[in-house]
Write a protein that binds this ligand. Structure first.
Ligand SMILES: Cc1ncc(COP(=O)(O)O)c(C=O)c1O
Length: 391
């Protein structure tokens, strides 16, 4: 039987696809969901809209199930950036509040805080992600020192570092932030879908992600979680027409139903201010249903086995792993540095020409398999590596 989680392999230029930390190629099931959605709008136009609202609701529930939240505390957005910008511009900042971000992060989780710092005259501090390797103590000490001075308000960090694959000690960072009266915002796009990430267990205040990586859907749809009390305290800066109570009632009612005084909803759903990509949501509904069906624990075990198998061969060939020796610091991403004289661009291009897709951000070879990658691929990946001269 055809595996619905698999991309259409015949369509894939690189049938061994190890770049899920960048963009996941749509699986057969996702492609089918998108076609069905487009066909429905093609046939019914506006009449289709109401039916797809149910899919939007179910998608929020799927995200909630993946992150251990209540569906009412999850909003859909246009992506991780949109989620972070919404919060960065909605917190009731006071001049001089300290916001702590990290060097080495993907800029998505830095730029919006820089902008907020400029606009609201915040005290922006940058720490180093590399200090959180291993037992993470050096990093936790640096975080505590930054939280001890000034007026700490928010720590913004990614659950998994995009290039090194380092899984940050989110629970410990959250405990420290809370002990000093600050909140924590976690960009979880490189975690959710491939490894356990539970907002209640971790006790985080905000978390966000997008669809097109480990969630295996399309670009253009993201999600945002906010603890209820935090959501209630936000300014409604990014509210739009769909942020009100009963926002669409006027579309079906009489002239008196068009009102502007309906309250803005109390939950984080206020960020869903306007119409969204229904096609993107249809894709995300299907992909998250598949992920939930397979189970994140099983996916995590599978991906780690894949990395274990590949690590042996890469080590023998002189590649240096960036995978942390402490299992709690590991993620779905394992990156390598090639043996000299090979360079990362050489290796990425050579693998691509042998139909193996990996990515090479900031000079490292980044390998990111998912549930659709079989362990049988490992020998082919190793065989596709470039020859090393002088060894
Ligand atoms: C950690 C991290 N955050 C965010 C993004 C992307 O954010 P957005 O989907 O909003 O462009 C990426 C990668 O593209 C990433 O690696």
């Amino acid at each position: 039987m055809k595996d619905l989680a698999e991309p259409e392999r015949d369509n894939l230029r690189a049938p061994i696809y190890l770049a899920h930390s960048a963009i996941s190629p749509p699986s057969a099931a996702v492609a089918d969901a998108v076609s069905r959605c487009v066909a429905d709008f093609a046939q019914r136009g506006a009449a289709a809209f109401g039916d797809w609202l149910a899919v939007k609701e179910a998608t929020r529930s799927n995200i909630a199930a993946l992150i251990g939240a209540e569906a009412g505390d999850v909003a859909l957005t246009q992506g991780t950036t949109a989620s972070i910008v919404a919060i960065a511009q909605s917190i009731a900042w006071k001049r001089g509040d300290r916001v702590i971000t990290f060097e080495g992060e993907f800029p998505t989780n830095v730029t919006p805080w820089q902008q907020a710092a400029e606009r609201y005259e915040l005290d922006h501090v940058q720490l180093r992600t590399s200090d959180f390797a291993g037992d993470a103590q050096r990093g936790l000490d640096s975080l505590e020192a930054a939280l001890r001075s000034g007026r700490p308000r928010l720590v913004a960090v990614s659950a998994v570092q995009f290039a090194t694959g380092l899984a940050m000690p989110i629970a410990a960072m959250t405990r420290l932030a809370h002990a000093h009266g600050a909140e924590i915002f976690v960009d979880a796009i490189q975690a959710v879908g491939v490894m356990p990430f539970d907002v209640v267990e971790l006790d985080v205040d905000y978390a966000a992600g997008g669809s097109h990586k480990w969630l295996m859907a399309l670009e253009g749809v993201g999600w945002l979680y906010a603890r209820r009390r935090c959501a209630e305290a936000l300014h409604r800066t990014s509210a739009g027409w769909l942020s009100h109570d009963e926002p669409v009632s006027f579309l079906f009612g009489g002239p008196d139903d068009l009102r502007y005084d309906r309250p803005i909803v109390e939950s984080i759903r206020f960020v869903e201010g306007g119409t969204m990509s229904t096609v993107g949501i249809a894709a995300l509904h299907t992909s998250t249903s598949l992920l939930l069906e397979r189970g994140i624990d099983a996916i995590w075990t599978h991906v780690q086995s894949y990395h274990d198998a590949l690590a042996v061969g890469l080590h023998e060939r002189g590649y240096t792993t960036l995978r942390d020796s402490v299992p709690a610091r590991r993620s779905g991403i394992v990156s390598y540095r090639p043996p000299a004289p090979l360079t990362t661009p050489d290796v990425v291009a050579h693998l691509a020409s042998h139909r193996v897709a990996v990515t090479g951000p900031i000079g490292v070879i980044r390998i990111a398999p998912h549930l659709s990658n079989g362990l049988h691929e490992v020998a082919s990946v190793l065989a596709a590596l470039p020859m090393q001269t002088g060894r």
